[in-house]
Design a protein around this ligand. Structure first.
Ligand SMILES: Nc1ncnc2c1ncn2[C@@H]1O[C@H](COP(=O)(O)OP(=O)(O)O)[C@@H](O)[C@H]1O
Ligand SMILES: C=C(OP(=O)(O)O)C(=O)O
Ligand SMILES: [K+]
Ligand SMILES: [Mg+2]
Length: 589
């Protein structure tokens, strides 16, 4: 028998979510928090349980696995499956998810999502496919690098991969931002700066080839703002120069820490041990080039826009209204990159205004002392979970794998820490964009994630986190309480999976936020929502057309997933949906 627990508002009829606009006194007896134990779950009765109608009781089985009527899937249900499977409403699940589910079983699928930056080492169709096979959930293109045509080609290839092979790889476009950085190195992929060499940093435009030991700087005020004696740090200290002379637009610098200069590397200048922020602090977060790139991203229908060097919530709000006006209907999630002093000052309001955040440790480590980066990372990851926003930990996770086929022990420990903090996603940058071993680096993220997740689950080491209410309306509160309770029940009953039927994806996020022990199968009818859910912890997103009739939805899902051997009879699942205020516990028939 299926067991269900429902919230009722004014009658014993489940109301659609939008029909609840104010608290009803009659709900009091059913308001959460409930204390759950096996015995406190109300068994279904015909007037309460939407799954108990006679037409489908034959496909539902009791908790102990025995069937409640006929034992096998009825012929009517089989007919339904045939009609479902043969029309366009069949379920969309990609080959990798399918393989992972079969290989590891429900409970051991990977919960941490993986983002790969695409570059010359990974932009071919076969290379992209290899990354998808290896578990890439999101492909990132960094608008600092590459041409418009190159970006368009990568987007087309990822789309083709999704269309032809059933993947749901989302596309994230990352803006250049207007911080100070070097120009291209006249086509060279890198340049070596040796100790004691004199290099010229110039704001002049060089039309053809760059003179030797000359670096172009993108910020016009550079030559005026630096002073003799300042330290000039490339990429937060990978290479260090001291300013020794200013000659008009040219600044002569002595190399004091040698190293490799990479095209378009970030530049900061320091005076008396402090980051200098003069007129450069006034540079807009979104430059005019960024706006053109954003228009391009909207036109291409990218799933995520990552905004570099966010300083305040205002810029995010402005961008959101710009996108809403520009892209009627389509929905692009905005990821705020936390990588500057200002972003730390206004952290909470920035995260609240955004749809997610990235701990962009590369530039962050150039703006705050390196030893502060770990605590900032932990703080941002926790805050994002509390505010129900997905969070990505990025940069240098496996930096040595740009050149070597195995990571350092320290890198594995760093990845483990991000997984243990239960960030939604980990990101590869140079490792997948221009390194020697993109697939191997991805495989390391995958295996370390799986191992650490399992270790902490088995040891029950995760401390419960206080999850404040994030919604503002009463119906929001109901959804949150249902999700919190469903996740708690899932842990206590040790269910195999939570099923969530969600139109916007919001309810899937709320479940993901609880970080339950079991995976969350998220069913949504929109392909773009499915792609966006691919960034969030523990969600296995499926595309499936579903109706307001949960009984139908469940039958259809069981049949479709069973037909593909993704679930089996007897698996224990909890089902919730954003159409019906109920939590159902059942065994797969
Ligand atoms: N589209 C691209 N074309 C060429 N090189 C790229 C591209 N994307 C990334 N890269 C290379 O990969 C490196 C790491 O990528 P990423 O971390 O995104 O950029 P950055 O180092 O500028 O912050 C870049 O420094 C660059 O050398
Ligand atoms: C991810 C980052 O941003 P980008 O690679 O665009 O500099 C970072 O700074 O860590
Ligand atoms: K960028
Ligand atoms: Mg950055």
């Amino acid at each position: 028998m299926t067991q269900s627990l429902q919230l009722f508002t004014s009658s014993a009829i489940s109301l659609p979510k939008h029909s609840i606009s104010k608290p009803f006194s009659s709900t009091a007896a059913f308001r959460f928090p409930f204390s759950f134990s096996k015995s406190s779950i109300r068994a279904s009765s015909s007037d309460l349980n939407p799954l108990s109608s006679s037409s489908t009781s034959q496909v539902l089985v009791s908790e102990n696995g025995s069937s409640s009527g006929g034992g096998v899937v009825s012929s009517s249900a089989t007919r339904e499956f045939v009609s479902v499977a043969s029309d366009s409403t069949s379920i969309d699940v990609d080959a990798v998810t399918e393989a992972e589910l079969k290989e590891n079983g429900f409970r051991s699928t990977r919960r941490t999502k993986l983002v790969c930056t695409i570059g010359p080492a990974s932009c071919g169709f076969e290379q992209l496919e290899a990354l998808a096979v290896g578990g890439m959930n999101v492909a990132r293109i960094n608008m600092c690098h590459g041409t418009r045509d190159w970006h368009r080609t990568v987007i087309e290839r990822v789309r083709r991969l999704n269309d032809e092979k059933g993947y749901a790889v989302a596309i994230m476009m990352d803006t250049e931002g207007s911080e100070i950085h070097m120009g291209d190195l006249g086509g060279a992929s890198s340049a070596k700066a040796e100790d004691g060499e004199i290099w010229t940093f110039s704001v002049r435009a060089f039309d053809s080839t760059l003179p030797e030991r000359t670096i172009n700087v993108n910020y016009e005020g550079f030559a005026e703002d630096v002073r003799v004696g300042d330290d000039l740090l490339v990429d937060g200290g990978m290479v260090r120069f001291e300013v020794i002379e200013k000659i008009g637009p040219d600044v002569k610098c002595l190399c004091t820490d040698p190293g490799l200069l990479l095209p378009r590397a970030n530049l900061t200048f320091w005076r008396d041990g402090h980051l200098v922020r003069e007129r450069n602090a006034m540079l807009p977060t979104i430059s005019s080039k960024d706006w053109l790139d954003i228009d391009f991203g909207i036109a291409e229908g990218v799933d995520f826009l990552a905004i570099s060097f966010v300083k305040s919530a205002e810029v995010i709000k402005h961008l959101k209204s710009y996108i809403a006006a520009r892209s009627r209907g389509s929905d692009i999630s905005i990821i705020a990159k936390i990588e500057s002093l200002d972003s730390l000052k206004n952290l909470e309001e920035i995260i609240l205004a955004s749809d997610g955040a990235m701990v962009a440790r590369g530039d962050l480590g150039a703006q705050i002392p390196l030893e502060q980066v770990p605590s900032v990372q932990q703080k941002v990851v926790q805050l994002c979970r509390q505010l129900n926003k997905p969070v990505i930990v990025a940069s240098q996770l496996l930096e040595s794998m740009i050149e070597y086929p195995t990571p350092t022990r320290a890198e594995v420990a760093d990845v483990s820490e991000a997984v243990r903090q239960r960030s939604d996603a980990l990101m590869l940058s140079g490792e997948s964009a221009m390194g020697q071993y993109p697939d191997k680096a991805l495989a390391v993220l995958r295996s370390v994630s799986l191992r650490i997740e399992k270790w902490w689950r088995d040891e029950k080491r995760h401390e419960p986190m206080e999850l404040p209410e994030v919604g503002s309306s009463f119906s929001d509160s109901i959804l949150e309480e249902i999700c919190n309770s469903a996740a708690k029940m899932a842990n206590n009953l040790e269910v195999d999976a939570i099923f969530v039927y969600t139109t916007s994806g919001h309810m899937a996020s709320l479940l993901s936020r609880c970080r339950p022990d079991c995976p969350i199968f998220a069913f949504t009818s929109t392909t773009s929502v499915r792609r966006r859910l691919n960034l969030q912890w523990g969600l296995i997103p499926f595309r499936l057309s579903f109706s307001d009739d949960m009984e139908n939805n469940l039958n259809k899902t069981f049949l479709l997933l069973k037909a593909r051997n993704l679930i089996k009879s007897g698996d224990l699942v909890i089902a919730v949906s954003d159409m019906l205020q109920s939590i159902q516990v059942m065994n797969v028939p």
